[in-house]
Design a protein around this ligand. Structure first.
Ligand code: HEM
Length: 302
């Protein structure tokens, strides 16, 4: 089976319901603004404009993965951190990451079939085993990823993973494949489901407002560097933990962003919106995402 973006959105809506005006996934989110400043190692790894050391303005969106905008913050869910960097000269580039360390499925088909089966009511009982049989990586990933769906104590204290591989090209023509992780500056103990529920439906959103009153929310961008033989086109497969890691910059979120998504402004975070010095891999999930996002954007803005 090959899926198209319309089928993907239909499957997403079958599971989460249709919520006009909202993103088909990650419907509930909070926009923040701030800056990103690359550290000294970044420029030796890529000629990308935001990695040369000067602070660049960003818009970030912290979100819950559900397509239901009323989904309570205490429910299990991947959380998202999407960052848009405003580059000198007026162009933009995005990094879109989630709290699950890798993707459930190697292909868009696996993900869409999973959602369609889960959204099929009582028929899910016999459909799900067939989907898992067709996409065996999901049998391994579903239980392994479940803990990362637990509600974090704060969006600001969670780790977010870009999952896909991107090629970083330096000014001398040197190339390497990397994966992104945003490491939080804030560290807080994990909370139980019961504690999360006690904190309320919007506790993650409310916590952001309280934190910003005290000062900026910070994350460090860390790269994991691929070694020969590591899967470059499969976001469902981890690279060995021992791979070299390099910290390339810091994100500082200082306030709510109130200037975007008002008065008809459309804000889209697209992981394939790269810039000179960074290239996408041929990961089929990465290549499919912008098509599904465009379909969601067309629906949420119509
Ligand atoms: C086949 C796989 C996927 C599909 C079909 C899909 C679908 C979607 C859709 C329809 C949206 C809403 C877009 C919009 O209206 O702007 C969305 C948002 C998002 N997705 Fe995905 N997605 C996929 C994979 C991923 C992966 C692998 C990640 C993380 C590495 C991810 C992270 C996010 C995040 C963080 C957002 C929210 C962006 C924002 O705040 O605007 N997605 N996704």
């Amino acid at each position: 089976m090959t899926v198209d973006p319309k089928q993907a959105i239909a499957a997403i809506n079958s599971y989460f319901g249709s919520h006009p005006g909202f993103r088909a996934l990650h419907a509930k989110g909070t926009l923040l603004k701030g800056t990103f400043t690359a550290g000294s190692e970044a420029a030796s790894l890529t000629m990308a404009a935001h990695m040369q050391g000067d602070a660049v303005a960003v818009t970030a969106r912290l979100s819950n993965g559900s397509g239901n905008p009323d989904h309570p913050d205490y429910a299990p869910d991947p959380r998202g951190l999407a960052v848009k960097f405003y580059l000198p000269g007026g162009s933009r580039t995005d990094i879109v990451a989630v709290t699950t360390p890798r993707f459930i499925s190697r292909t868009p088909e696996g993900f869409v079939e999973l959602l369609a089966a889960q959204g099929s009511g009582i028929a899910a009982a016999w459909k799900l085993p067939l989907v898992f049989a067709r996409h065996p990586e999901m049998v391994r990933n579903a239980p392994a990823l479940a803990p990362s769906l637990r509600p974090p104590p704060s969006y600001a204290a969670a780790t977010y993973h870009g999952q896909h591989a991107f090629k970083w090209i330096d000014s001398g023509g040197g190339e390497r494949f990397v994966r992104y992780t945003w490491l939080p500056e804030a560290t807080e103990p994990r909370i139980s489901m019961r504690e999360a529920r006690a904190r309320g439906r919007d506790f993650l959103r409310d916590d952001l407002a309280r934190r910003l009153e005290r000062g900026p929310i910070r994350f460090t961008l860390e790269l994991q560097l691929a070694a020969p033989g590591d899967p470059l086109e499969d976001a469902s497969a981890a690279w060995p933990n021992a791979r070299q890691r390099v910290r390339v910059g810091s994100l500082e979120l200082t306030d709510h962003e109130t200037g975007r998504e008002t008065g008809g402004d459309v804000l889209v975070f697209d992981p394939t919106r790269v810039t000179d010095g960074i290239e996408c891999s041929n990961d089929p999930v990465l290549q499919f995402r912008p098509k599904a996002y465009s379909e969601s954007v067309a629906l949420r803005t119509s």
